[in-house]
Design a protein around this ligand. Structure first.
Ligand SMILES: Cc1cc2nc3c(=O)[nH]c(=O)nc-3n(C[C@H](O)[C@H](O)[C@H](O)COP(=O)(O)O)c2cc1C
Length: 386
């Protein structure tokens, strides 16, 4: 754990989700409204289930903030689950008189089978409740606090959808972020957006699901976050772990990533050139195939991360499975489910990237109050600029 860290608690259909955040400096303005904005962005996206209409998440700040500003103590927050009302018996904290029907047919592609064997619960319900991506709402709330911190240091983190099924973005960068925010699939390429929505409709009609890929771009990242000196200090490794931890993410690449493997060495590097006059730094790069990180250290270029998202494993037309109690073949358990979550996964990716970058910024610039962090930051930027 670094200076800035967090834990979450809560089940998908339990009372709510909790996050405890440790290590944020004092003096950072944080509001429930700003957190709610990101929670809303996570819930949007063409292809989500009807649960998104029910929840309308907001986070209640419980501690660590006074008069709208962080005070340096742990921040805790609470997101109530609106569905709890209908699940009070199934998810009751106290023992219940009546027998609650167990879930016994594991869904392939979920923690169901491995979890029930590992934890010996007999019922899959306790496993699926915590394995559910509902937990990522708490991460997005924490990410909103991290984003606020990064904004004070002139940094921003964005995401956009680059593919859904076999519909891919053709538009070249720079991405129009306003268009992304207005797109139902978080895609700035109007033609690809149309094709993606049609593909989601088609998958839904067939009782199927779709995956895809999202891209994260962090701007304003200074030279020098992370380090080459130890494996677990490498910024690329820390980002990969955080993004891979998002439910359904099955691949992560930084910069040109996997495609670098098909290039010659002479094509794959970002040529170093003298910077033009009037810019703060002495050197610039002709390209950004490294995605802003070389040798585990940020190099001052935007940090670019892509993630592959698998198609949702809970299908309207369930896959074959077995009943763990009878040993007979049956259909996999079905629970209200999304068709495509790539746009939402991008918003969660923003949160996880913001959290890693916040941790790395605090590691580099330290401070107990934002003013101290800013002074350290400006001193360093001054010392590495021309
Ligand atoms: C925002 C979001 C929403 C998700 N919604 C569902 C869902 O409705 N149904 C489902 O089966 N999986 C859903 N998933 C994916 C599962 O949580 C994930 O595939 C499962 O926990 C197994 O983990 P793994 O795919 O990382 O191995 C969602 C993932 C994300 C990021």
């Amino acid at each position: 754990m670094g200076q800035f860290c967090f834990v979450t608690a809560g089940e998908s259909h339990g009372k709510g989700l909790v996050a405890i955040v440790e290590g944020m400096v004092a003096g950072l303005p944080v509001s429930e409204e700003e957190i709610a904005r990101d929670l809303k962005r996570r819930q949007a996206g063409y292809g989500r289930s009807s649960r998104m209409d029910i929840e309308q998440d907001t986070a209640e700040l419980i501690s660590g903030i006074r008069h709208g500003t962080t005070i340096g103590s742990p921040i805790s927050l609470l997101i109530w689950n609106r569905v709890w009302e209908d699940w009070q018996e199934t998810m009751s904290i106290a023992p219940v008189d009546k027998e609650v029907e167990p879930v016994t047919s594991p869904r392939p592609g979920h923690a169901d089978l491995a979890g029930v064997i590992k934890y010996g619960t007999g019922d899959i319900r306790p496993i699926l409740e915590r394995a559910s991506a509902r937990e990522t709402a708490a991460r997005v709330a924490v990410g909103a606090i991290a984003r606020r911190f990064l904004e004070e240091l002139s940094m921003a983190v964005h995401s956009h959808t680059v593919s859904i099924g076999n519909c891919c973005v053709k538009q070249k960068k720079p991405v129009d972020w306003r268009q992304v925010e207005n797109s139902p699939v978080r895609c700035a390429d109007a033609e690809a957006e149309k094709a993606m929505m049609a593909a989601i409709d088609e998958a839904k009609a067939e009782g199927d699901t779709l995956g895809g890929a999202f891209e994260l771009i962090a701007t304003g990242v200074p030279v020098g976050l992370g380090s080459h000196v130890q494996w677990n200090r490498r910024l690329d490794g820390r980002i990969a772990q955080a993004i891979m931890s998002i439910n359904a993410v099955k691949g992560v690449e930084i910069g040109a990533g996997f495609s670098l493997g098909n290039m010659k060495g002479s094509q794959a590097q970002d040529i170093i050139e003298p910077s033009s006059e009037g810019t703060p730094f002495l050197w610039r790069r002709a390209t950004n195939q490294a995605g802003g990180i070389e040798g585990g250290i940020s190099n001052g270029q935007p940090v670019v991360v892509r993630a592959a998202v698998k198609p949702i494993a809970t299908l309207g037309r369930p896959l074959p499975s077995v009943d763990l109690h009878t040993g007979k073949t049956t259909e996999a358990h079905y629970e209200r489910s999304d068709i495509c979550i790539v746009p939402a996964a991008g918003v969660i990716g923003e949160a996880m990237l913001a959290i890693v970058l916040t941790n790395a910024m605090l590691e580099k610039f330290g401070g107990d109050h934002l003013k101290e962090t800013l002074a350290n930051y400006h001193n360093y930027i001054g010392s590495v600029s021309s």
